[in-house]
Design a protein around this ligand. Structure first.
Ligand code: NAP
Length: 413
């Protein structure tokens, strides 16, 4: 059993700035708002953190899982942490405070109180039971891998504002094992306004585990050129513009892979409900392609896709998607700005297809994946709640089960 810590000692929760990919998952997950960030770092406020561990499982890199035994009065403050480029080393405690030894695996027990807090995240923090084991953090900021661009194609209509690219990176002879649903980090060249090297930007894989081209050591990304922020003001996306402008044979610095929960089930006849907007289609393309490549095994479950975009011409991969056999994937497109058509969001189509959604939800072999705009989260959850209630079922019970069993996953920004 773990010995309790003396009152003046704090097992301080810290985030490793060298591993963190600034994905915001921890800040979103923390049930008591102990995590904050600036343009440099994500940090934990020692005045608020109660060591509940809710943020630890969802972190795609493990950067969140760092702890230091500190004299409470000397704990690292928020401002100090925001300035860090790397974690400080362990400090020896004064003898009076060093009575209780604490090991690496007893962080939860060491920070008081230990009552597990429910996560604030709407989705699961565990993968589906049959997901393959993912590798994470094989390549880091300190030791990135160099990939070669072998393809860069626009996948939206040339006459539209949505300049979305399908970018293929090849890893040559170096191992880069990935699973559908995982992401990688790209290190854009150059420095930020403070003269620091740019942080890595995270992109979901758009290709399945066996490569963009089956059997090749490559993968693909879906990248939208950012020219404005979420509020519509002009903004130059550092990494998206860098990536969209890459030419064949250019070299790119890559870190990762990341992610150990947003993974697809591996058991036969698992069904997928995929709900996405815009470039959030990347992991859906990866999972769909995984299923497509094994159609002949006869082991696939059903695929139900809800895909939102402004218009058909702004929907990435529209052409190839529409060529997929209708008995392989049930495709529902929600177009919000198509001339002469009413505005439709994915959540509207979930309601329209309530019967099909309910049928799959009733099957414990079904997993749900939601990826894309942050704003869709609430709407999608409301729609799922409604279709469940219509059948006389209790959404809160089903929602809890979906989260507990790793069957409902969100990746939204
Ligand atoms: P977008 O073109 O701005 O929007 C796609 C569609 O979603 C549009 O039809 C839009 O309708 C609709 N929409 C807007 N608000 C919505 C809401 N509250 N509920 C449901 N639908 C809504 O999308 P985008 O620029 O491609 O953005 C995709 C998002 O995915 C980004 O936030 C990106 O960070 C994220 N993402 C990307 C990746 C990747 O690997 N590239 C991975 C994960 C997530 P309107 O006509 O009303 O705008």
């Amino acid at each position: 059993m773990n010995a309790p810590l003396p009152a003046e000692v704090l097992k301080q929760h810290l985030i490793d700035p060298e591993i963190c990919i600034r994905c915001n998952t921890c800040e979103e997950t923390c049930p008591i708002k102990a995590i904050t960030h600036d343009s440099n770092n994500y940090v934990v406020d020692p005045e608020i953190c109660n060591g509940c561990m809710a943020c630890v499982p969802p972190c795609p890199t493990g950067a969140i899982d760092n702890w230091r035994l500190m004299v409470r009065a000397e704990a690292y403050g928020v401002q100090e942490q925001l300035g860090w480029e790397e974690l400080p080393g362990e400090k020896a405690l004064p003898e009076s405070a060093a009575a209780a030894p604490v090991g690496d695996d007893d962080a939860a027990a060491a920070a008081e109180p230990v009552a597990p807090a429910p996560s604030a995240a709407p989705g699961a923090t565990v993968p589906p039971w049959s997901a393959a084991h993912p590798y994470v953090n094989l390549y880091t900021h300190k030791a990135p891998m160099t990939a070669t661009v072998v393809g860069n194609y626009r996948v939206t209509g040339a006459d539209t504002e949505s300049d979305i690219h399908h970018i293929v990176l090849d890893f040559g002879d170096l191992p880069f094992p990935v699973l559908e649903g995982q992401s990688i980090g790209i290190l854009p060249p150059g420095v930020d306004a403070q003269g620091r090297a740019h942080h890595a930007r995270q992109y979901s894989l758009a290709s399945p585990r066996d490569g963009e081209r089956a059997g090749y050591n490559n993968l693909s990304l879906t990248v939208k050129r950012v020219t404005e922020d979420h509020a519509g003001a002009a903004a130059h996306g550092v990494c998206s513009n860098y990536l969209c402008d890459l030419a064949k044979n250019d070299k790119v610095q890559v870190i990762g892979p990341f992610g150990h929960t947003f993974l697809m089930p591996n058991h036969p006849r698992a069904n997928l409900i995929m709900i996405c907007t815009g470039t959030g289609s990347a992991p859906m393309r990866a999972m769909t392609e995984r299923y497509r490549r094994r159609i002949e095994t006869g082991e696939n479950g059903k695929l139900l896709l809800f895909f939102g975009a402004r218009t058909e011409r702004e929907l990435p991969y529209f052409g190839p998607l529409m060529k997929l056999p209708r008995d392989f994937i049930d495709i529902n497109l929600a177009l919000s700005r198509e001339a002469g058509q009413p505005k439709r969001y994915v959540q509207d189509l979930i309601r329209d297809r309530a019967g099909a959604v309910r049928e799959l939800l009733a099957d414990r072999n079904t997993c749900i994946y939601v990826c894309g705009l942050k704003g869709m989260e609430v709407g999608v959850l409301d729609a799922l709640r409604e279709v469940t209630l219509q059948a006389g079922e209790d959404w809160s019970i089903l929602h809890d089960a979906l989260r507990r069993e790793g069957r409902l996953h969100f990746e939204t920004y």
